[in-house]
Design a protein around this ligand. Structure first.
Ligand code: NAI
Ligand code: MG
Length: 345
C-alpha cells in the first residue's frame, strides 16, 4: 500500500489549498468530504504564490516532506510565477515522486452538451516519451536554429508499468476494454515498444479485459465521431497530453476535469484547471473538478463506496436540482453549490 491508516482508521493526507480560487474550492471539498465521513486526516500545506511569499519557493520543503510522509495529496491549482526561473511545480512533483501514471477520466455531467453519456478513462504515461526532451539545435550558416533535434525515450519497463496500471485500473473499476494508442507505423521503435509490450501483456488479461489498439491520428478522429466505442485508453506521454484535453472537451471543458498523478512513492490528485485569477475571491468558482479529483483519491485508497456516493450527489445537484455555477450556465455561487451538495448527503 502506498498510504497508511492511523490506528483510528483515518488516512493522513496532505492538502494544498493553492492559489486564486484554490482556497474557495478546497473549502467546499473539505466540507463535502467531512459530511460523507471520508476518512482523511488533512495536513494543510502551502504551495504556489503562498509558498513563494512564505519562503521563496512555490514548492516548499515542508510541503514535500508532508507528501513524503502521507504519500497522498489533494492539490488546489498553483499559480506558476512568471520569471524568476521557477520550474513548473507539477514537473517537480512528477520527478520527485516518480508519478508515472496520469489518470484523466471524462464523464458527462450536464445533459444537453454536444455529447451525452461519455464515460472514458485516459491513462497517460507521465515520465518518458518525447517529454524527456533531449533537444538541441544545429546551426547552419548564420541561422543558429537551422535544424532542431529531439530524441524521445520509451523503455520496456516504463511501458510495462503504465500498461499494467491501465489493465489493473480497468479490472478494479469493472471496465471492459483497454485500447493501446500509438504511432508504431511511423515511430517504429519509440512507440513500437509500447505497442509490442501492450499486445504481449494483453494475453495475461484475456477473458477478463478486452484489448485493442489504434493509431493516434485515427483515434483522435474516432473519439470525436464515436467516443462511446472507447472505455479505457492507455498511451505514451505526448499523445496522452493531447488526448486528455480532447476528452475533457467531449464533456464540456476544464470545469469538470479531474486528474490524478500516481507513482510508486505517492499519489497526487488535482483539478485540471488553473487558479482562475479572473474570478478568484468572487465566490463564482466551480468546485466540481476538485470534488471529482477527491473522488479519484477515495477510489485510490479503496473507499469506493464513498467515492461513488460523492459522484452521485454531484450528479443529483447538477442534473436533478439544476444547481450550477456560472461556468456551467447556472447562477449558483460556490457557497450555494456547496450548500446544495451538503443537503443531498
Ligand atoms: P485557468 O484554468 O486558471 O482559467 C481558464 C479560464 O477558466 C478562466 O476564465 C477561469 O475563470 C475559468 N475557470 C477555471 N477553473 C474554473 C472553475 N473551477 N470554475 C469556474 N471557472 C473556472 O487557466 P489560466 O488562466 O491559463 O491559468 C491561471 C494560472 O493557473 C496560471 O498561473 C497557471 O500557471 C496556473 N495553472 C495551474 C495549474 C495547476 O496547478 N495544475 C494548471 C493550469 C494552470
Ligand atoms: Mg496538457
Amino acid at each position: 500500500m502506498m498510504f497508511e491508516r492511523n490506528s483510528d482508521g483515518m488516512i493522513p493526507a496532505t492538502l494544498i489549498p493553492g492559489d486564486g480560487i484554490g482556497p474557495e474550492i478546497t473549502q467546499c471539498v473539505v466540507a463535502v468530504l467531512a459530511k460523507l465521513d471520508a476518512p482523511f486526516d488533512w495536513d494543510v500545506q502551502q504551495g504556489g504564490l503562498a509558498g513563494v511569499a512564505a519562503g521563496g519557493d512555490p514548492l516548499p520543503e515542508a510541503t514535500l516532506n508532508s507528501i513524503r510522509r502521507t504519500k497522498l495529496a489533494l492539490k488546489g491549482p498553483l499559480t506558476t510565477p512568471v520569471g524568476g526561473g521557477f520550474r513548473s511545480v507539477n514537473v517537480r512533483l512528477r520527478e520527485e515522486f516518480h508519478l508515472y501514471a496520469n489518470l484523466r477520466p471524462a464523464h458527462s455531467l450536464v445533459p444537453g452538451g454536444r455529447f451525452e453519456n461519455i464515460d472514458l478513462i485516459l491513462v497517460r504515461e507521465n515520465l518518458e516519451g518525447l517529454y524527456v526532451a533531449f533537444e538541441h539545435y544545429i546551426a547552419v550558416g548564420d541561422d543558429p536554429h537551422a535544424v532542431a533535434i529531439s530524441t524521445g525515450m520509451n523503455t520496456r519497463d516504463g511501458a510495462k508499468r503504465i500498461i499494467r496500471f491501465a489493465f489493473e485500473h480497468a479490472l478494479k473499476l469493472g471496465r471492459k476494454k483497454v485500447t493501446l494508442v500509438h504511432k508504431a507505423n511511423v515511430l517504429k521503435a519509440l512507440t513500437g515498444v509500447f505497442l509490442e509490450t501492450g499486445r504481449e501483456m494483453a494475453k495475461e488479461y484475456e477473458g477478463r479485459i478486452e484489448c485493442d489498439d489504434r493509431i493516434i491520428d485515427a483515434c483522435a478522429m474516432q473519439l470525436v465521431l464515436n467516443p462511446w466505442q472507447f472505455d479505457v485508453i492507455v498511451t505514451t506521454n505526448l499523445f496522452g497530453d493531447i488526448l486528455s484535453d480532447l476528452i475533457a472537451g467531449l464533456v464540456g471543458g476544464l470545469g469538470a476535469a479531474p486528474g490524478a498523478n500516481i507513482g510508486e512513492k505517492a499519489a497526487i490528485f488535482e483539478a485540471v484547471h488553473g487558479s482562475a485569477p479572473d474570478i478568484a475571491g468572487k465566490g463564482l468558482a466551480n468546485p466540481t473538478a476538485l470534488l471529482l479529483a477527491a473522488g479519484l483519491m477515495l477510489d485510490h485508497v479503496g473507499e469506493v463506496a464513498i467515492a461513488t456516493k460523492l459522484r452521485h450527489i454531484i450528479d443529483m445537484v447538477l442534473t436533478t436540482d439544476g444547481v450550477r455555477t456560472r461556468d456551467l450556465g447556472g447562477t449558483a455561487s460556490t457557497q450555494e453549490f456547496t450548500t446544495a451538495l451538503l443537503a443531498r448527503i
